[in-house]
Every structure is written in C-alpha cells, then in structure tokens.
Design a protein around this ligand. Sequence first.
Ligand SMILES: [Zn+2]
Length: 163
Amino acid sequence: MPKAAMPVSSVTMVKQEGLAEHADLTGCPWHDVKSKLRDVGLRPTRQRMALGWILFAKGDRHVTAEMLYEEATRAKVPVSLATVYNTLHQFTEVGLLRQVAVDGSKAYFDTNNTEHHHFYVEDRNDLMDIPATDVVVGKPPVPPEGYEIARIDVVVRLRRKQG
Ligand SMILES: [Zn+2]
C-alpha cells in the first residue's frame, strides 16, 4: 500500500429520516433512472433523466460537476454547468448520490451511496474507493444531543513516496 498522509475525516450528522428503497429495477437504465427518481420524489424531467442516465449507467464511479458537464456535452445533452450542479445537489439531497469533499474547491459525487471510504491521490485529483475489508474507522465520536451519526466519510490523502 502506498504511504498515506494523515486521514482526514468528516462526520455528517443529520436528523433521522426514512429513505424509500427502490423496488422495481429492471436492468433497463432508462427505466431504472425513472423509477430511481420517482422513488425519491423527484419529477423525472428530461434533464434529470439524461443526467441520471449518464451518471448511473456506468456502475459505481466518482464525478465532479465539470466531468459530468463534459460528458453531457459530448452526449449532446443540452444542459448548462449550473444545471449540472443543481441536479447533482438535488440527487445528493435525496440520497441517490453521496458527495465527497476532498478540498474546498472540489466536490466529487459518488454513485455508490453505500458507506465506504476513499483514497485521494493529490497530484492526480483521483478518488478511489478503499476496499470495505480495510478498517478505517475506530470508535465513532458521540454526536451532540438530538443528533445521530448519519455516516462517516474518511478521505485518506495519498502522495508519491519521496525519493
Ligand atoms: Zn466511492
């Protein structure tokens, strides 16, 4: 394993709320996106459908708004960068995506919304999943009164070994 810098954790706390499970996935990406959106109460507009299809049809991955915008443009989806931002944030709010903040300026969105942690290669701006078999988190902190821990995100920053 490459030498890692100190892990940086961010703990997200939200009040408890239920999330609908998506029940009727068929394996058809277009249909699946539609039911994904419906299940979380988002109207399947053309833009959400197109962006959702680009996002979710390729398995688990990490994208920035700029990356998705570029893919959408290449796929001839007429959409602005602002719309891509808004859509990514809407998808995140309803739990379809997880946002992974690696620094102040760059947010990655993860299509794998199950709990897992990340390596971030600083000089390549590359985000990778840490295998679930690797234990990253020890004893979690005690949340303030009225809150529970929604999830714990750990980003382990990597750099090339010196010399
Ligand atoms: Zn991930």
